[in-house]
Design a protein around this ligand. Structure first.
Ligand code: FPP
Length: 251
């Protein structure tokens, strides 16, 4: 029997990002349409958000809808939007009960008006919470975000408030959607594929990647714990040697 792995709660990743993949295949395997997979994926979202909050993770970013997802069949796009709006609306009291704040990264101007309004309300109603920060990537893609960042910096150069030779990593970071949020230390992708799919490309320079074969609707807290245990078993070197890292630990 597989027992849950031990994790060190003192060394949790502060920020975990998740690509929730495999909903469509999970549903199709069961003879249902793809929306059935997304519907069941909501239960995994609840379970994993609760698990992350219980553990004491500070930031959890979920890739809920990519810029590219707008190109899916119309029934799937509108079904997903409806599901997102309904879920967010329903979950606000639970988010408040668990001290979880909600925020969004992505091009919300593309969302249907009712979805944008519900989202704004949920963000406002949970804004005072100080526990887990739940970030939904909605209508998000990293290349869109990088393009927006370049436009912001170009505007500063144009109005001469920033000189090209003075552009710094801090200028870049503060012009990204994730400004003020630490880079994810752990990325989990479910569903068995080994891709990043246009997600947080700048922020993931040193992120540890964990790929799970479990399809998102079957993913639960125990799978999150397993991914954290995998993360904790790795040595993060940030371009240095293992010896340098070990010497620093003992010194
Ligand atoms: C990827 O699976 C999943 C999505 C595009 C949507 C994820 C959305 C949810 C889990 C719904 C609710 C979310 C929140 C935050 C309330 P896929 O459809 O690409 O699966 P496939 O690779 O098997 O086709």
């Amino acid at each position: 029997m597989n027992s849950a792995p031990e994790i060190n709660k003192g060394k949790l990743p502060r920020h975990i990002a998740i690509i929730m993949d495999g909903n469509g295949r999970w549903a199709e395997e069961k003879g249902h349409d793809r929306l059935f997979g997304h519907l069941n994926g909501v239960e995994s979202v609840r379970n994993v958000v609760e698990g992350a909050a219980e553990l004491g993770v500070e930031y959890l970013t979920l890739y809920a809808f990519s810029t590219e997802n707008w190109g899916r069949p119309q029934y799937e796009v509108s079904g997903l939007m409806e599901l997102l709006v309904d879920t967010i609306k329903k979950e606000v009291p639970t988010l408040n009960k668990n001290n979880i704040s909600l925020s969004v990264i992505g091009d919300v101007s593309l969302l249907p008006a009712n979805a944008a309004a519900e989202l704004k309300e949920a963000i406002n109603e949970t804004s005072k919470n100080t526990g887990l920060s739940l970030i939904l990537a909605l209508s998000y893609s990293s290349r869109w975000e990088i393009l927006e960042m370049v436009k912001k910096i170009a505007a500063k150069v144009k109005n001469e408030s920033l000189l090209p030779e003075n552009i710094s990593e801090e200028d870049i970071e503060s012009a990204l959607c994730t400004s003020g949020i630490p880079d994810p230390e752990l990325l989990i992708r479910t569903g068995g594929d080994y891709r990043i799919s246009n997600f947080l490309l700048y922020q993931m320079a040193y992120t540890e990647l964990v790929f799970s074969n479990v399809k998102w609707p079957d993913f639960r807290k125990k799978d999150l714990v397993e991914a954290i245990a995998d993360f904790q078993s790795r040595q993060r070197r940030f371009g240095k040697t293992g010896q340098q890292i070990n010497n620093n630990k003992s010194g």
